[in-house]
Structure formats: structure tokens, C-alpha cells
Design a protein around this ligand. Structure first.
Ligand code: ADP
Ligand code: MG
Length: 676
């Protein structure tokens, strides 16, 4: 993926920083304090150890980022406080999934207890609600790491995006997944009693969510984790079994494990307890799909598209995939990881490097549940498994087909998708030749001729009669690209030019070369033969003849500029501007060259061609002066000024800024009337 990675780097400066962060994990708990432990009795949700042992307790500070996030989460993140329960249940269910998978290869981990479940225990006297699971649990280091820091790659970049504007920040934080901290919306204190599967020591973590937490050993802890939420004044509704039932029904019914309500010693399963994707589509409401998407994708937005299918045939599997409606913040992380979870016969296997989807579909969230793969398949085996390769091919086709339907049936909705994920999807044009046709059909562009998006088919249909190529211009910024002087002649002749602003465009266009026999051609490179194309709705009119001494002018320009340019020539590319720069036919596109230089992939600049607009007043007057006494020197100075000006417009560095400033000042001075 060498070149691909380079393609990405253009957009991945953020991603690069993500990685940096990962290597330098911020220090945690910079001031451990050993306190004498007070004798306290803990409410343990009925299924954990009863008494703490007397041992030292350590007080630590949350990582600074966590403190800040906690504050936002606790006070303003969710409009519905009840969502904290969904988040705790979601974590509990993930923890059970993880142990179930680990126990496939190491059955001893399960300690004979394989009826995974989540137990909710409200305690009216103590005013606590406990969410307990018998999943994988956490040891001391994991409690500190998972609940006290955010060591996830991307934290620093993520935090720097926080604006202080609560509403904007909320959706960002939502994407980041800070589910656990949402308990502080209703809690004045949160305790976690945990024991990791396969280990003997239990631990108690506790915090009031105000900058510090404590951690200490805890005897008799059951395997898994129990989150004890000490409810704040006024939050007693979360002790009411009927209320808890309703919340679970609304947000967590899709969870495949039993969620048990323990009330007055009686136990009752309050969810359907079958994995959502195993139910018939007709029995699943849009709300249930959405809640499942939130759970599986750690997402907050509505799914833009849901794909729930059961494949029966040589391969049997179910997919429930979602296209998000907002951009995940780590979309351009250089690792380009896909996020879909693999299950085998309802058992969660992994969500890492599954090879179930190509990297250019990494925006998808959801699950694939295979009936055929062996349960004990290792992650390494997945990557060379032919069944996985077949599923990947089928899933890719299915996703692209559905996107195609949206593109034709709901172009406005599709435009939103394209704005979010178009740049990612285009990576496929470069690296997946099998899907190239399908992907070309899905690709959309901004252009000089319309406000909305245009497809290649639409472009080709409305080409000018004499037009032979698909014209493109590349740059970093749509508004700037649109105003490039090189586009003037195209506009005048009604020739549409595609505006390309994603770094990946520089890679896929040359790789593909043409569409429906029409070659792609850069509007800023080579001769473009605009002369052949007549403007629409106009008689081909007599063009004013070029100024008679134009050839002489060009000769003086060439002499003055010498090696600074490859050539100087007259051009049809311009209408309003006097000059512009273009790259020679065989050279790199100018924008691409800058991109490569920015990323230190190139340290030379090819010489440009300076094109003159023969019908511009300035060029006409300069041409008229050719042959007059002293004209050559003056034209030479103008040549340099115009070259530097064209460089500025192109966004290039001036090789000699002081010389430019001196020439400009002289010229301005000459233009002023002399004092009397
Ligand atoms: P996320 O679920 O998006 O990772 P959370 O804030 O909800 O973020 O949880 C942070 C981490 O704490 C989880 O990734 C997990 O490692 C750990 N964790 C939370 N709850 C549990 C639990 N019940 N059992 C085991 N680990 C847990
Ligand atoms: Mg979570």
C-alpha cells in the first residue's frame, strides 16, 4: 500500500498525529496518595464480594483530557440522562462477548460459568443501581487505563478539535465514545468492583467524577465487573423497576444476552435476549436498528443506510451493516482499519483486521455473522481464509449496489453521503480494479458548470461537440480552484471542468486514464486545443487578430526569464487574466507536485510554461511598445513581475520575494505623478 499511504497522507496529517499520540501515552496518576482505608460496607449488587479487606488505597488523578470530557459528559452531553444505562449495558455486553471469545481457546477462563448475562439491581435503601456482568472483567492496570485515561489513538487530535461550543463538541465527543463516564450524569459517585477472568485478585475503583479516583484491592470480587451507581438527589426514578424495564426495552432490547432485573430477590429477564440480526427484518423497527447501530458502532448519529441481509448458498452468513450519517473523526487515520465485527454462529470473534471489507469501505459499521467459519478461528487465520475472501467480495458488491440505488433514487441524500465518504470510496478506484466500473458509477464531482454534484456519465453527455477529453483541475480548496485563471477559456467556451480537491484524485485519475474512451486531461497542463471548441449559442465569431508584435514580445520575455521558465507562449486558456502558468504535457500536474513536496516525496520543481493572453490590454500594450527605445529592459521587468504574479495565483512560493517587492515598488512609483 505504499503509494496508497502516500495518497492518504495528504489528508492524514491528523491521522499522523493520532499515531504520535499513541506512542507517548500521557502519564496517569501523577500524585499517588496512600490513605488509611476506612472500614466501609459496600453494596455489591448481590453477586459480588461482601466486605473489603483492609489494605492501602491509592488516590489518582484522571488524565487531564478525561477530566475535561467528564465535565462535558456529566453536564451536557446527552439530552436524555437515561442513556447512561444503555452505555453501561453496552459495555457489559461487550465484556461478555470478549470473554466468550477468549474462552474458546482457553476454556479455563470461563471458570465453568458460561451463562453470560447482565444483572440490574436497584437498591432503594442504599439509593444505588448496580449493573453487573460476568464478562471478562478488569484488573488493576486495566481499571486505571480504561477508566482513568483515554489512551485511544487520536486523543490529542480529538481534544484539539473541541471548540468549547457545547453543542458542536457534543457530537464530537459522542463519536469518541465516552460511555462509561455518562454514569456521572445521574451519579454522585460511581464504584466499580471487578475481577479479571483468569486472575484471582479483585479491585475496587471509585470516583465522584471530580478529577480523582481511588483504587484498592477488593476481596471476593466475582469475575466480571459491577458498576455501582450512587444516585444523586432527585434521580430516584432509576430505582423504579418499571422505569428500568422501559429504558431497557427502548435502548437495549437488541442485546443478545439476557438482561436480568433483580427486584426484591426475584429475577426477571427484561429483554428479548436474541441478537437483533437473527430476527426477521419485518419484526425490527427502525428505532431498534438505530439503537443497535449506536451500540455496535459506538456511534451517536442516525444510520444513513442499513443493510440487513441473509446470504444462503455456498456461504451462509448474515450481515447487518450501517453507513453513518456523520464522519467518524478517525476516518483518515493512516491505519485505514475497517470496523465491522465478525461473529461466528452468534459468538463474537473480533473486530480487528478481519479482512471482511476493503479499506475503502472502512466507514461501515455493523456485524457479519458467519455460519461456516470454524469457531476457533484465530485472527491470523482469518486473513488467508478463502471463505472470508468470498464474503468480502460479496459484501463489497452488495454495499456498492445499494449505494448505486441511493445515488439514482435519492440523489440529494446521496450527495450527503458523498460529502462524508466520497474521498474514502475513491481510494477503491485506485486499488480495487475489480470494482472499478461500479465505483466510477458512484463517483461524483464538483464542477465549473453546476452547483451540485455531477457524475461522469452526466459529464460525458453534456460535453461540447468538438470536445474530446474530460477536463479536470486539482487543488486544495474548492473556492480557490474554481477561480483559477486557467479555467477562463474553458468557461468562455462552455466547457465543463471537474474540480478535484481530494489528494487521492491525483492517484486514481492517472491510474484509470479514461472514461468511456474519453481521456482525463488536466486543464493546467499541456496544450488544450480550446481553439477547436466553439462557444455555445454563438456563431463562431471572428476573433480579434493577435497584436502584430506579439512574437517580438514573447521573444523578449524568453530572453529575460531565461531558465526560470520552460517556455513562453500565447494561449486560448485565458480571457480575463494576463498570464498563467501551466505544466508541460509530460510533467507532473502542478498541484500534485506541490502535494508531493509538502510530504517530502519530491525536492525538485519542474519548470513551468508561462502562457500569455494575447487579447489582454496589458499584453497588447506591451506588444505595441516592442521596438521603442528602452522598451526591452522595461518589458524584461514586466516579464518577471508577471511570472511572480502567476506563481502567487498558483499558490507557489516565490523563489526571490525581495526581487519581486523591489520591482513592484519601482513600478508603482513610476505610475505616480511627480510632485510639482
Ligand atoms: P467504549 O465502550 O467506547 O470503549 P467506555 O467509556 O464505555 O468506552 O468504556 C471504556 C472502556 O472501559 C471499555 O473500552 C472497556 O475496556 C472498559 N470497560 C467498561 N465497562 C466494562 C465492563 N463492564 N467490563 C470490562 N471492561 C469494561
Ligand atoms: Mg462503551
Amino acid at each position: 500500500m505504499g503509494e496508497m499511504a502516500r495518497a492518504n497522507r495528504g489528508e492524514a496529517s491528523l491521522g499522523a498525529r493520532f499515531r504520535g499520540q499513541h506512542h507517548h501515552k500521557p502519564a496517569v496518576g501523577n500524585r499517588p496518595v496512600i490513605l488509611r482505608r476506612r472500614a466501609l460496607l459496600y453494596i455489591c449488587g448481590g453477586n459480588l464480594g461482601q466486605r473489603p479487606q483492609t489494605m492501602s488505597q491509592e488516590t489518582r488523578s484522571f488524565q487531564a483530557e478525561v477530566s475535561r470530557l467528564l465535565d462535558i459528559v456529566a453536564h451536557s452531553l446527552y439530552s436524555e440522562k437515561e442513556i447512561f444505562l444503555r452505555e453501561l449495558i453496552s459495555n457489559a455486553s461487550d465484556a461478555c462477548d470478549r470473554l466468550r471469545y477468549a474462552a474458546l481457546t482457553e476454556p479455563a477462563l470461563a471458570e465453568g460459568e458460561t451463562d453470560y448475562r447482565v444483572v440490574l439491581t436497584p437498591d432503594k435503601q442504599a439509593r444505588t443501581l448496580t449493573v453487573a456482568d460476568n464478562g471478562v472483567g478488569m484488573n488493576r492496570d486495566e481499571l486505571i487505563e480504561n477508566l482513568g485515561t483515554i489512551a485511544r489513538s487520536g486523543t490529542a487530535a480529538f481534544m484539539s478539535q473541541l471548540s468549547g461550543d457545547t453543542r458542536k463538541d457534543m457530537s464530537l465527543i459522542g463519536q469518541f465514545g465516552v460511555g462509561f463516564y455518562s454514569a456521572f450524569m445521574v451519579a454522585e459517585k460511581v464504584e466499580v468492583l471487578a475481577r479479571k477472568a483468569g486472575e484471582t485478585e479483585g479491585w475496587r475503583w471509585a470516583s465522584d467524577g471530580k478529577g480523582e479516583f481511588t483504587i484498592e484491592p477488593f476481596e471476593n470480587a466475582r469475575r466480571g465487573a459491577a458498576i455501582i451507581v450512587h444516585l444523586r438527589e432527585g434521580e430516584d426514578e432509576y430505582l423504579d423497576p418499571a422505569r428500568l424495564r422501559r429504558i431497557v426495552h427502548t435502548y437495549s432490547d437488541h442485546i443478545g444476552l439476557p438482561i436480568v432485573l433483580k427486584d426484591d430477590g426475584k429475577e426477571e429477564t427484561i429483554n428479548t435476549a436474541s441478537a437483533l440480526w437473527t430476527r426477521p427484518r419485518s419484526e425490527i423497527t427502525p428505532e431498534q436498528y438505530k439503537e443497535f447501530y449506536h451500540h455496535v458502532g459506538h456511534s451517536f448519529d442516525d444510520p444513513w443506510l442499513s443493510l440487513h441481509n441473509k446470504a444462503e448458498g455456498v456461504l451462509e452468513y448474515t450481515n447487518l451493516l450501517f453507513v453513518p450519517s456523520t464522519k467518524p473523526f478517525d476516518l483518515f487515520d493512516p491505519a485505514r482499519k475497517t470496523r465491522v465485527k465478525l461473529y461466528v454462529r452468534r459468538v463474537f470473534i473480533t473486530d480487528e483486521d478481519t479482512d471482511l471489507l476493503p479499506a475503502y469501505l472502512r466507514f461501515l459499521r455493523g456485524i457479519v455473522d458467519s455460519e461456516d467459519l470454524p469457531l476457533n478461528i484465530s485472527r491470523e487465520m482469518l486473513q488467508s481464509n478463502p471463505m472470508v475472501a468470498r464474503m468480502r467480495q460479496q459484501l463489497t458488491r452488495r454495499v456498492l449496489t445499494e449505494l448505486g440505488k441511493k445515488a439514482t433514487e435519492a440523489p440529494e441524500e446521496y450527495a450527503k453521503f458523498w460529502d462524508n465518504f466520497g474521498p474514502v470510496l475513491k481510494e477503491g478506484l485506485y486499488e480495487d480494479s475489480e470494482q472499478r466500473e461500479a465505483l466510477l458509477g458512484l463517483t461524483r464531482f464538483r464542477s465549473t458548470a453546476r452547483d451540485g454534484l455531477v457524475s461522469l456519465d452526466e459529464y460525458v453527455e453534456t460535453m461540447r461537440p468538438e470536445q474530446e477529453a474530460i477536463f479536470t483541475i486539482t487543488g486544495d480548496n474548492l473556492d480557490v480552484v474554481k477561480r483559477s485563471p486557467q479555467l477562463e477559456g474553458f468557461r468562455a467556451r462552455g466547457v465543463e471542468v471537474l474540480l478535484l480537491t481530494d489528494p487521492i484524485d491525483e492517484f486514481w485519475i492517472p491510474a484509470i486514464g479514461k472514461y468511456k474512451e474519453k481521456p482525463f486531461k488536466s486543464a493546467t497542463r499541456g496544450g488544450v486545443d480550446l481553439d477547436k471548441i466553439t462557444p455555445p449559442e454563438e456563431q463562431p465569431q471572428e476573433k480579434p487578430a493577435p497584436p502584430p508584435k506579439l512574437a517580438g514580445l514573447i521573444a523578449i520575455f524568453k530572453l529575460a526569464l531565461g531558465d526560470a521558465v520552460k517556455d513562453v507562449r500565447s494561449s486560448d486558456r485565458l480571457t480575463d487574466s494576463a498570464v498563467c502558468l501551466v505544466a508541460d504535457e509530460g510533467d507532473l500536474d502542478m498541484h500534485f507536485e506541490r502535494l508531493l513536496k509538502q510530504h517530502r516525496q519530491l525536492d525538485t520543481t519542474a519548470k513551468r510554461i508561462l502562457e500569455l493572453n494575447p487579447r489582454h490590454k496589458l499584453i497588447e500594450r506591451l506588444a505595441a511598445s516592442v521596438g521603442e527605445a528602452g522598451a526591452s529592459d522595461q518589458i524584461g521587468e514586466f516579464a518577471w513581475l508577471l511570472l511572480d504574479q502567476a506563481r502567487i495565483v498558483e499558490g507557489e512560493q516565490l523563489p526571490d520575494p525581495p526581487a519581486f517587492a523591489r520591482r513592484l515598488a519601482q513600478l508603482l512609483e513610476r505610475g505616480l505623478p511627480h510632485p510639482a
